[in-house]
Design a protein around this ligand. Structure first.
Ligand code: GUN
Length: 291
């Protein structure tokens, strides 16, 4: 079993980005600047956004964190987005999801200028991704592609089973891995809550990508020997023995599935850190494209 070490790989990528920032500085070029907007005080979301901002600082980017109240109106948020769209200092920005219920996510994501949409959530960028045109690939699928690439995990001709059809992970992952690209050319089956005989399908998988948000859903009896498993799940389970009061659990029953795996990502330390590294990569790309 080989652990796909997202923490180490993300650190390598961030080091590469930091070197590029240094070069930009030496040449007197613009330093990439990422802004993040977050509404309310959901603990997990704040942790993620803080990690994104901290990562910016570490690689030498500029960063701006805009914290707004849970009760911010849709109009006020749209106004904030318009300001970021027009600010030449900001190369890219994200609006952290989920948003409060009174706000229409789609309306917000569509207001972000596509050339600053480093999350790759704008329909223009999703369309470009689906057509295999240059764009911003969303950080989580981008991170998974990068991890598979850096560990030389063969995808061409393999049967990939994606669990989950979310707009953020399952859907783009299915599209990307079926495309004619370096990490791609796979035969992809996308499964979701209405899929029948799921175990029959996962047992045929060379690679399983689990992105459903159900702790330890994928068990050892659902996969074949030498499978590759990418665990996107990250659920906080109450655990009094931890200082934080919780522990992070993925969608995969790691201990038992790891025994049958050729490659597997841990949780934490797998896909999560890669997501942040790829957001930085997209921000660097935005800066290069826009300057
Ligand atoms: N919430 C969970 N994942 C993401 C992400 O990749 N981007 C944003 N903006 N919000 C998220």
């Amino acid at each position: 079993m080989i652990l796909l070490d997202g923490k180490k790989t993300a650190a390598d990528i961030k080091e590469e980005i930091a070197l590029e920032v240094n070069e930009l500085k030496n040449k007197g070029g613009k330093i990439p600047h990422l802004a993040a907007v977050i509404l309310g005080d959901n603990g997990a979301s704040i942790t993620y956004v803080n990690a994104k901002v901290k990562a910016c600082e570490r690689v030498g980017f500029g960063s701006t964190l805009i914290r707004l109240s849970e009760n911010t109106s849709e109009e006020a948020l749209l106004n904030e987005i318009a300001i970021l769209n027009a600010d030449p200092e900001i190369d890219g920005f994200i609006v952290q999801l989920p948003l409060p219920k009174h706000i229409d996510d789609q309306k917000i994501l569509m207001a972000v200028a596509p050339e600053k949409d480093v999350d790759g959530f704008h329909p223009t960028n999703v369309g470009k991704m689906a057509l295999n045109l240059p764009t911003f690939i969303s950080a989580t699928p981008f991170g998974i592609l990068e991890l598979l690439d850096r560990y030389n995990v063969e995808t061409s001709g393999k049967h990939v089973v994606v669990l989950g059809r979310s707009h953020i992970v399952g859907s783009p992952m299915s599209i990307l891995l079926s495309q004619k690209r370096k990490v791609g050319n796979a035969t992809v089956t996308m499964c979701h809550s209405r899929t029948k005989n799921l175990k029959e399908i996962t047992l045929q998988a060379d690679i399983v990508i689990a992105a459903i948000g159900i702790p330890e859903f994928l068990k050892a009896d659902m996969v074949k020997d030498n499978v590759t498993v990418i665990d996107v799940g990250i659920t906080r389970l109450v655990d009094a023995s931890k200082k934080s009061g919780f522990r992070l659990v993925g969608d995969v029953a790691f201990e038992e599935v790891a025994k049958k795996s050729e490659f597997i990502t841990p949780v934490p330390g797998g896909v999560g850190p890669m997501t942040i590294a790829m957001l930085l990569k997209n921000t660097l790309l935005a800066c290069q494209r826009n300057s």
